[in-house]
Ligand binder design. Structure first.
Ligand code: C5P
Length: 266
């Protein structure tokens, strides 16, 4: 049996540059990953099966088709490998800007690739067809993403940096957030992501005003550095100077009843 962590994805900065004729948006984003996420296990089996457990399993259950089963189908169409028992332990909130389903699909591909000796690069086209963030999640390393997010340039990261993820429990639709982007190109990604932005914050806040409160509270925490929303929201994050200040912030924000993940960048 192969186990892969579907590490949560963060956009340390996300600049939307243009609306494309195909309905997607041209981006410049800095992808980073944290140590924790959903867990995917894959084992060879007589017949295909998919099992879903974990605190956020109920949100996904009932959907016969999901990114994990689609990834497995894509793998089999390209590389064979027979039937598999796949299990997903879902502990990341769904539709929350931290990759969730994309990371699950990518972890499924990585697990199948390890099982059948298929290299990551060979699985890129499957990842690309599954969603804009799936290629970034497939490699799972700090990288600048351009195009829809699939044109990746690995860059040095800040491994070990303490980070706190906060989700106020409101799911927001990525397509809806992009649709509400005001169409103004505010410029390229700077070398230092702290000087960057997430251009999807204003449209996401219009849909889920609670994001303002999350960002304000995170920014007020002692030791918090970069504070931003990830992806199309509503999950926000803060990078911290040290574990103690991150843990103190988690304790303080815990009173809100929000979903929290104290973790670190990889
Ligand atoms: O690629 P993915 O299926 O994950 O994207 C979900 C939706 O988000 C797309 O249908 C599109 O509306 C929007 N999107 C976008 N530009 C991107 C990525 C996603 O407009 N670069």
């Amino acid at each position: 049996m192969i186990t892969e962590t579907a590490k949560a994805k963060l956009n340390l900065a996300l600049h939307v540059r243009a609306r494309r004729p195909d309905g997607y948006h041209e981006l410049e984003t800095l992808f980073a990953f944290v140590a924790d996420g959903d867990i995917v296990t894959v084992a060879p089996a007589e017949a295909d099966s998919f099992t879903l457990t974990g605190p956020f399993a109920a949100v996904l259950s009932g959907e016969g088709d999901n990114l994990v089963t689609r990834a497995a189908r894509g793998f089999r169409d390209a590389f064979g490998g027979g039937a598999h028992a796949i299990a997903l332990y879902k502990c990341l909130p769904v539709a929350s800007g931290i990759g969730g389903g994309s990371a699950d699909a990518a972890a499924t591909l990585r697990a199948l690739g390890r099982l059948h000796d298929v290299a990551l690069d060979a699985m890129f086209p499957i990842a690309d067809a599954l969603g804009s963030d799936v290629p970034a999640c497939l490699y799972g390393v700090t990288a600048i993403g351009r195009g829809r997010g699939e044109q990746l340039e690995p860059v040095p990261g800040l491994p070990g940096t303490p980070v706190l993820l906060v989700n106020p429990g409101v799911g927001v639709s990525t397509a809806e957030v992009f649709r509400r982007w005001d169409g103004v190109d505010r410029g390229p990604l700077p070398a230092d992501p702290r000087e960057g932005r997430n251009d999807l914050e204003p449209p996401a806040r219009a849909i889920a005003p609670v994001i303002d409160a999350v960002l304000d509270l995170l920014a007020a925490q002692p030791g918090a550095g970069l504070v931003r929303m990830s992806g199309s929201g509503a999950t926000c994050f803060a990078l911290f100077e040290d574990d103690a200040s991150r843990d103190a912030a988690a304790e303080s924000l815990g009173r809100q009843g929000w979903w929290l993940l104290p973790t670190r960048l990889t």
